[in-house]
Design a binder for this molecule. Structure first.
Ligand code: SF4
Length: 824
């Protein structure tokens, strides 16, 4: 069955299930309707008040009471035994099925041949790097194949589509259905009070944006969001335009994924990025994978882990769920892998309670300290500590003061498992710690990551081959966008360089991050919201609150390749600007252009579109930004925007003049495979306040849960990438045909008189507020007691806007206190 047929089938199924839901009274497709029509149904929500997170009381559900449904009606869900290994033939089958059904067999095959090859197309999905040397003939994973198939979609979503479907109708469709409608082909405008989007010319669209921007009382009334797919060239132009316009309101998706890593690593190591290369994985002795699910979110990492295993590297996994990709890997590029033979990956799995990671790491360090007390030098690298670090005494004092009772109670891990993990650490002179959003989306995320740094520093596992920190980025150029200056809190040195090179006074006050932007929109402080890619509403927490915030904006503009949820939650006026995908040929006056990106390990390389664009109206993100900048800034800029729009070498020359590490950029990015950005911590130099790598003291958090409460984390299925849903299956976890499930510990289910597939409502609790989603299906799963999991973005409704990480302000989507009630 094709993806399109699946989308229709799903829609029919959901329509039957949700009969009568979702059309707003005025037909305007307002936020509440959009949410209900997305089948999230936040029936009861007390959310942060604009002025300061005051509860606002229960809201009316627009459809009144919805009749209770029997579990039997959820016929779409099939639950099977979770897999014990990832990839293999099913991955190949699913990848080719998706790419061929969307892009066609010829184009799909051609695209896969150049995906992630030197001089080819950089995968638009995650940010896992390619090898420096020779690359395999198939240097991609199932997700990468789906991403390029999704982008090269044969279907079109043009003016006829929008003439046929009102915004109210569109708002009733699922996210899955919206993205299945194909590539956007024309600039489309939803005028104030209109029921339908209508096509407009580029001149009209750009003129409208310039006019609205220039009419603002202050540049700070505009917010400019960036998705991690934007190229370095587009990102550099964008931040320069925004700062010449006069604001630092540059939130990005990094605010939602690895902001906490940046905060923790900058303070401790003096660099906001990871410190290892792909080669280090072959030189290490132990890899700790913490709060990360590479089998689904960074699948080619499994090949790296397999090669490491062949060299005898020990892999320790600290994660609440026993994910298939961490247990075993069936390499689809090898005959035995295709036939189902798996390489075991994890030597040890510690099924930590959600947010029990600090306790586990502290336990490991406590055992190391006990070893040191018996014999100095048996566990710590004192040479490294004395020469390169600062603050070890305070850390050791804290470790001594932390009791085993506290460690065991908080982590939920028996001592013998922590001892086995500590043994691996103590036997490894070279150790890598990897993590992802399981850690970064916690209230104490920065502290947790700092605790990982403590562990690495005690072992001297930093600044040498085979050792270091590896935050694994989720979106292909999220790291590059930051390097190019997309940040609401730019460093003074960066602004100085802009000032010197472009002869203007950049704003020095910090701008809004993603959460602050939502709150500012909600308070009516933001009149224009510009989105360079992404699906802001589905990516951000507290969906109803965010939808209400978006509704208050005078003009919302989104540059994108496909229709998504954010487009159907109307601001007063909405504008969609269709852009080229990374896989498409970008023809400008100076010839065909390429762009550059930076992967998770600081390699910058080029990406060259190879395929005819989906329509003759499409423009590149770089060109769109340059044209808007020219129209908006007029004679307030000395940047030759018109020339930059036609020749990206000129943009790269400006990057080379401005950004440390990008000198001689045009030449270096043309080298096959690109080049590594400098990374002082990798070279054992630490540009911190002390001039050394800093140890820190990070307390185990205090819990305050009521007996009936659980901690919920949001997770992604194997059939999705970020907010893009490719299908309704999560085959590694054994879930098929449905996403509205809640994974629960079986004892927790029994305590609540829940049986398999009972239909439940889930209520989150934050301060004195509650939020609720209804009609999810309870599925018993191997998850620690007291914990549960639900899919992102459906469960974002439950994530309070006010619950964020200390210091980084990253939404705490992986620590949501909930109660689960059976629907009668
Ligand atoms: S691992 Fe990530 S970057 Fe590589 S092909 Fe898969 S999704 Fe793309």
């Amino acid at each position: 069955m094709s993806a399109g047929e699946r989308a229709r089938e799903y829609d029919a199924f959901m329509s039957e299930r949700e009969t009568g839901s979702g059309v707003s009274a005025d037909g305007s497709g307002n936020a509440q309707a959009a949410l209900n029509n997305n089948r999230w149904e936040p029936a009861k929500t007390d959310v942060d008040d604009a002025a300061g997170e005051q509860p606002r009381g229960e809201r009316e559900h627009p459809h009144g009471q919805i009749a209770a449904e029997t579990p039997e009606r959820f016929t779409g869900l099939s639950v099977r035994t979770p897999k014990r290994a990832a990839a293999g033939f099913p991955a190949v089958y699913r990848a080719t099925q998706y790419v061929f059904s969307h892009a066609g067999v010829m184009r799909g095959s051609a695209a896969l041949r150049v995906l992630n090859q030197k001089g080819g197309i950089d995968c638009m999905s995650c940010a896992w790097p390619e090898p420096d040397g020779d690359r395999s003939f198939a240097e991609f994973c199932e997700n990468g194949a789906k991403a390029i198939g999704h982008e090269l979609d044969k279907a079109r979503c043009g003016p006829e589509f929008f003439a046929k479907h009102s915004i109210s109708e569109l708002s009733q469709e699922s996210d899955y259905w919206l993205e299945q409608q194909g590539r956007l082909t024309h600039p489309m405008l939803l005028r104030a009070g209109a029921t339908h989007y209508e096509p407009v010319s580029w001149e009209h669209a750009i003129g409208l944006i310039a006019e609205k921007l220039n009419a603002l009382a202050s540049p700070d009334e505009a917010v400019f969001y960036t998705s991690g797919r934007a190229s370095n060239e587009a990102a550099f132009c964008y931040q320069l335009f925004v700062r010449q316009f006069g604001t630092n309101n540059l939130p990005d998706c990094s605010n939602m994924c690895h902001e906490s890593s940046g905060s923790a690593l900058s303070a401790t190591l003096g660099v906001g990025k990871g410190t290892v290369t792909l080669e280090d994985f072959q030189k290490t002795q132990a890899i700790f994978i913490i709060g990360q699910n590479p089998g689904t979110n960074h699948p080619r990492m499994l090949t790296t882990l397999e090669h490491a295993k062949e060299k005898g590297v020990k892999i320790v996994v600290i994660n609440p769920l026993r994910e298939a990709g961490l247990i075993g890997f069936m390499n689809p590029q090898e005959a035995l892998g295709l036939l189902g033979k798996a390489t075991p990956l994890a030597d040890l799995h510690l099924p930590v309670r959600i947010n029990g990671d600090i306790a586990v790491i502290k336990g490991i360090m406590k055992l190391m300290l006990e070893g040191e007390d018996r014999q100095r030098g048996s566990a710590f690298d004192w040479n490294f500590i004395e020469q390169r670090t600062h603050g070890v005494d305070a850390l050791l004092e804290n470790i001594r003061a932390t009791s085993w009772d506290q460690i065991l109670a908080d982590s939920g891990i028996p001592r013998d498992l922590i001892e086995q993990a500590a043994k691996v650490a103590m036997e490894s002179d070279r150790m890598i710690c990897c993590w992802a959003m399981g850690l970064t989306q916690q209230n104490n995320a920065v502290e947790t990551i700092q605790e990982i740094v403590n562990l690495l520093l005690l072992r001297g596992s930093m600044g040498k081959p085979g050792a270091g920190a590896c935050p694994v980025r989720g979106h292909s150029n999220v790291q590059g966008d930051r390097t190019m200056g997309i940040w609401e809190r730019p460093r003074p040195q960066f602004l100085d360089a802009l000032e010197k090179n472009f002869a203007f006074q950049p704003p020095r006050e910090h701008g809004y991050d993603a959460v602050e932007s939502i709150k500012a929109m909600h308070e009516g402080k933001v009149k224009l919201f510009f989105q360079l890619g992404g699906n802001f509403l589905s990516a951000t927490p507290d969906t109803l609150f965010t939808a209400e915030a978006l509704e208050k904006v005078d003009l919302a503009v989104r540059v994108g390749t496909k229709l998504n949820r954010t487009d159907v939650v109307a601001g007063k006026m909405n504008l969609i600007l269709p852009c080229l995908g990374r896989s498409e040929i970008d023809r400008r006056a100076a010839g065909e252009q390429f762009v550059t990106t930076e992967n998770s390990m600081g390699v910058i390389q080029q990406s060259c579109g190879r395929f005819e664009p989906a329509g003759d109206q499409l423009r590149s993100e770089t060109a769109i930004i340059c044209e808007i900048a020219r129209a908006t800034l007029g004679n307030r800029t000395n940047v030759p925007w018109a020339q930059w729009a036609e020749n990206y070498d000129l943009v790269r020359e400006a990057i080379a003049r401005t950004i440390v590490g990008c000198e001689d950029y045009n030449r270096k990015v043309r080298q096959p495979g690109g080049y590594y950005l400098p990374n002082k911590a990798r070279d054992n130099e630490y540009i911190t306040d002390t001039g050394r790598a800093n140890f820190t003291v990070n307390p185990i958090p205090q819990r305050d849960l009521k007996p009936d409460q659980l901690v919920m984390m949001t997770i992604r299925s194997h059939d999705q990438f970020n907010t893009t849903i490719y299908g309704l299956d999560d085959r590694y976890r054994g879930i098929f045909g449905e996403r509205r499930v809640i994974f629960m510990n079986r004892q927790d289910m029994s305590d609540r008189n829940l049986r398999e597939r009972d239909v439940v409502d889930v209520t989150s609790h934050f301060r004195d507020q509650t939020r609720q989603v209804r009609k999810f299906i309870a599925v018993g799963y191997d998850i620690p007691r007291g914990n549960c999991a639900m899919y992102f973005p459906e469960a974002n409704v439950l994530v309070p806007i006010g619950s964020t990480a200390n210091r980084s302000n990253q939404p705490a989507s992986k620590y949501v206190v909930v109660t689960v009630g059976k629907r009668e």
